[in-house]
Write a protein that binds this ligand. Structure first.
Ligand code: ZN
Ligand code: ZN
Length: 171
């Protein structure tokens, strides 16, 4: 008998959040030491506060990056739910492929929409409820939300759309 191959376990959002919390503690300790250097009665010590301030700032950036990654990881894991859309990028649920984004913000460009999200929704897997199963010419199928199904219907030819009757999908 052969042992099943050990797969490296996926990191969990909680592991990343714990890392960020550790870095926050370190940043606090670094800032405390910097403050003590600043009030010392020796100019040489006062000057040493500067690199410590810089280290504190860098730990802050680190915490931000790791926290953001934890959030994204959580979203990716949620989007694996088979009842959710399979598309690996986001839409405006009302207007479809109208989103613009930067690292921390996404907004819909459709006139009068005004929807905004405080993360890069455009580059996150879609987590809207699946509304249709789309099968392409090669027989590959996937679940799509209303907005992604409408977009696919406009752009793709040769696909079959089966809309799920959500009035009966009580789960
Ligand atoms: Zn919109
Ligand atoms: Zn979708």
């Amino acid at each position: 008998m052969t042992m099943p191959e050990q797969k490296t376990p996926e990191p969990l959002p909680a592991e990343l959040r714990a890392l960020a919390a550790d870095a926050e503690t370190l940043a606090q300790r670094t800032a405390d030491l910097a403050a003590r250097l600043k009030v010392a009665d020796d100019g040489n010590l006062n000057r040493l506060a500067r690199p410590m301030d810089k280290a504190t700032e860098e730990l802050g950036d680190y915490t931000e990056e790791v926290s953001r990654t934890a959030e994204y990881l959580a979203r990716v894991r949620v989007s694996r739910d088979p009842n959710l859309c399979d598309v690996p990028w986001g839409v405006c649920p009302a207007h479809g492929i109208t989103l613009r984004s930067n690292a921390d913000r996404t907004w819909c460009t459709a006139t009068g929409c005004g929807r905004e999200w405080d993360y890069d929704r455009l580059h996150s897997p879609c987590a809207e409820p699946a509304a249709a199963v789309v099968t392409d010419e090669d027989g590959e199928s996937g679940s799509l939300c209303v907005a992604h199904a409408q977009d696919a219907a406009q752009r793709l030819t040769g696909c079959t759309f089966v809309y799920l009757d959500r009035s009966t999908a009580t789960g």
